[in-house]
Write a protein that binds this ligand. Structure first.
Ligand code: PLP
Length: 381
């Protein structure tokens, strides 16, 4: 059996080397390393793929979030509601811009931001909601967009984990995750569903004025060379990374299908087990692309999760705990206004979730070994 990895980037590269290498070489030969034609080409291709009017590439997914918030003109003291159960980047940029993060609980089944908790957290100072499409499953966007409209709030999608996923609206129509809110951010970190070979990110919007504002912000606040109209940042996607991404974009749907197929096999093996809740997003009639499985995460009941982690490691099966500490309990983001009763789900999930290997190169033999190792541990303890 091939060595099991959490993410197999080498295996994936070996299969696309013949398209990626010439694409990189083209950049090397042109020496257009910054804002070269490859960046523009990738931007256009991603706009077409997502069905979004503007993609603005930038240096990473954390910058993308920050720049989206700067572009909307959010001001110190404005309250921004986001999920307690996510990667810290989301809350980090809110705090960095001196906005006030308001963390709220998540749904126990989807792990995404709890819509009722959003409603409860709204105050006259609330200016924006940042849903995170966690682990590859879009948040409950119809409800979130409705709340935003009612209270005149911006919606900033953190789409770092769900590129290529489709959201199915109540009326049955579909929109790609990242094309739903006022603005969205994504990350091309190597392990993401569309990853480059270094750092990268992008901002998406259908709003022409906002796109113009953001294009200046990513480039030192310049709209005309050496005229600095606003305080900006330096955040660029370099041409070599754009070359990698443009070569990989045509494979994204197949990559996401491979992830879903692996998830189906996992789900089948764990089906109806009294101690295991498998991820949602496969059994529903939402179509074939509503969950793109950035992570495959189980929620365990009456299982010593940490002992299972050790057991898997002993069997050379890597796994992850995303995320082990609720953000509202992190030193940097504690706030005396928080009430533990408002975080029941997150407080539970941090000790009961486990993410199994998930990538485009998993084979049946590996999945069978992983699932049988998990099951034999749980059934014996
Ligand atoms: C990866 C990630 C980010 C940050 O992306 P970087 O490119 O690493 O800066 C932000 N939010 C979420 C939910 C992520 O998973």
């Amino acid at each position: 059996m091939k060595k099991i990895q959490m993410v197999d980037l080498q295996g994936q590269y070996a299969k696309i080397k013949d398209v990626v290498d010439p694409s990189i070489e083209e950049v090397m030969n042109s020496a257009a390393f910054i804002n070269g034609p490859k960046v523009h080409q990738f931007q256009k291709n991603l706009e077409n793929y997502l069905g979004v009017k503007h993609v603005i590439p930038c240096a990473n997914g954390t910058d993308a979030l920050q720049i989206a918030m700067m572009g909307l003109g959010l001001k110190p003291g404005d309250e921004v509601i986001t999920a307690d159960f996510t990667f810290a980047a989301t809350v980090e940029v809110i705090a960095l811009l001196q906005l006030t993060p308001v963390l709220v609980d998540v749904d126990p089944i989807t792990f995404n931001i709890d819509v009722d908790a959003i409603r409860k957290a709204i105050t006259p100072k609330t200016k924006a909601i940042v849903p995170v499409h966690l682990f590859g499953l879009p948040a409950d966007m119809d409800a979130i967009l409705e709340i935003a409209k009612e209270h005149n709030l911006y919606v900033i999608e953190d789409n770092a984990q769900a590129i290529g996923a489709s959201y199915t609206h109540k009326n049955g129509s579909k929109t790609k995750a990242g094309a739903l809110g006022d603005v969205a951010s994504t990350s091309f970190f190597p392990s993401k569903n569309l990853g480059c070979y270094g750092d990268g990110g992008a901002i998406f919007t259908n709003n022409d004025d906002l796109a113009h504002t953001i294009r200046g912000i990513v480039n030192h606040g310049m709209y005309k060379r050496y005229h600095h109209d606003v305080v900006g940042v330096n955040s660029r996607l370099d041409s070599i990374q754009a070359a990698v991404l443009d070569a990989k974009l045509p494979h994204l749907d197949a990559y996401n299908t491979a992830r879903r197929n692996a998830a189906k096999k996992y789900n089948e093996a764990f089906k109806n087990h009294p101690n295991i809740t498998t991820p949602t997003g496969l059994e529903t009639n939402d179509g074939e692309d509503c969950h793109v499985f950035h992570q495959y995460t189980l929620n365990l009941k009456n299982v010593d999760r940490d002992a299972l982690v050790v057991h898997l490691q002993e069997n050379n099966i890597p796994c992850g705990v995303y995320y082990p500490i609720p953000l509202h309990k992190q030193k940097a983001y504690k706030d005396e206004r928080y009430n533990e009763d408002d975080f029941k789900v997150t407080n539970q999930l941090v000790s009961s979730v486990i993410s199994l290997p998930m990538h485009t190169e998993l084979d049946d033999e590996q999945i069978e070994f992983i699932t049988s190792t998990v099951l034999s541990f749980i059934n014996a303890n």
